[in-house]
Design a binder for this molecule. Structure first.
Ligand SMILES: *Cc1c(COP(=O)(O)O)cnc(C)c1O
Length: 381
């Protein structure tokens, strides 16, 4: 007797399905740039900045080369100095703290909340005390909207106001999400995002953007993006970088932004289906009341001793998984010498051992998703 054919593998993110939906529009947009030849800061870059601004009601948008440069450009504009302390989560992608270290400043690692995976306010206060005890002057906070869900911006803004700190929002995973009915992009002194292909709004290479309500800050960012230019690029008024977004990537993003709203709704439908199918067998992610997530990742929690077996069982069924993040930054070789808030970061440590992310993208069809749900249930039974 023949064995049944194995089911086809399920992609973790299906960029091919999105490409099929977009049809020739992206190809045509790329060819238009190839033909007009304004490869650097061409008209599509300004068009995209305007489209992004209207999408999230931000006053000013400065596109740039990637989400890491976006953060760095803001820190440069804010004139962060060696020895300044900046509070940020430990349970995040390395870029959040990396840019702080680039400038010789000191990332002080703060714990996250169990439910939202985002900055914990009590730990944030402890981090400020830790910095003070070390004789460091804290200048700002970089909250991250992990996996697509906004951080608690009202509480964070109140904390920053009270302590005289700026807030730079790392929305690399959350562009398109909303907090209290307001799209991200207008909170804090600036918001940054990434258009890395696997982010909710991705291009076909590297890209990023900065959003701000502050016209003077936007001007400084535009100067920093082109080697600190003054009246032109051979007039250098500050130390900057080459931080521009390619015109071709802007052209691609203009087309993708047109369907982004619909893709966010589809991501939300996929998340709801996971919630119904899995909430009784695993700890499923919850979005705080009044907010929306763009579900950059759908991350569940299981007992640490069961996680490897779950990943192996799913792999056997043709279902990929990923661990974001296996090691919090305060445990990483490159970052472990930096200060940690209070007596340690127990939630970040626990999450690193328990989290596992399932396939998530706008084109995950219900029958495929049911296969994933059934496989997770069987593995955890
Ligand atoms: C992806 C990411 C970045 C960096 O974006 P790149 O475009 O890859 O440089 C920064 N912060 C967070 C939280 C991210 O997930």
């Amino acid at each position: 007797m023949n064995k049944p054919a194995p089911l086809p593998p399920i992609p973790f993110i299906d960029l091919g399905a999105q490409r099929r939906r977009l049809g020739r529009s992206v190809d045509d947009a790329i060819l238009r740039v190839v033909d007009h030849g304004a490869y650097i800061l061409g008209p599509e870059v300004r068009q995209l900045e305007a489209d992004l601004a209207s999408f999230c009601s931000a006053e000013h948008v400065v596109s740039c080369g990637n989400g890491t440069d976006a953060l760095a450009l803001v820190l440069m504009a804010l004139e962060v100095k060696p020895g300044d302390a900046i509070l940020c989560p430990s349970f995040t992608f390395a870029a959040t703290a990396e840019v702080v270290a680039w400038l010789g400043a000191v990332p002080v690692f703060v714990d996250v909340d169990e439910e939202t995976f985002n900055l914990d306010l009590r730990s944030l206060a402890a981090g400020l005390t830790t910095a003070r005890e070390r004789g460091l002057r804290t200048v700002g906070v970089i909250p991250v909207d992990l996996f697509g869900q906004p951080a608690d911006y009202d509480a964070l803004a109140a904390f920053c106001e009270r302590e005289g700190l700026w807030m730079l929002c790392d929305a690399a995973q959350s562009f398109g999400a909303s907090y209290g009915g307001r799209r991200l992009g207008t909170f804090g002194i600036a918001t940054t995002t990434s258009f890395f292909p696997a982010k909710p709004l991705g291009c076909y290479g590297d890209g990023g953007a900065i959003f701000t309500q502050d016209a003077a800050l936007a001007d400084t960012l535009r100067s920093l993006r082109v080697h600190g230019q003054g009246t032109d690029k051979y007039d250098n008024v500050r130390i900057g970088m080459n931080g521009r977004l390619d015109t071709i990537q802007a052209a691609i993003l203009i087309e993708k932004l047109k369907i982004f709203e619909d893709e966010i709704a589809r991501r939300d439908a996929v998340a709801s289906r996971y919630e119904v199918g899995l909430s009784d067998v695993a700890r499923t992610p919850q979005v705080a009341a009044g907010n929306t997530s763009v579900w950059a990742q759908y991350t569940i929690r299981v007992a640490p001793e069961r996680r490897d077996a779950l990943a192996a069982d799913l792999k056997g069924a043709g279902i990929p998984t990923a661990i974001y993040y296996p090691k919090p930054l305060h445990r990483q070789t490159a970052y472990r010498a930096y200060p940690v808030a209070g007596n340690g970061l127990p939630v970040s440590d626990a999450l690193a051992a328990e989290v596992i992310s399932l396939p998530m993208h706008p084109y995950l069809e219900p029958d495929l998703q049911d296969r994933i749900v059934d496989a997770v249930r069987a593995a955890l039974a």
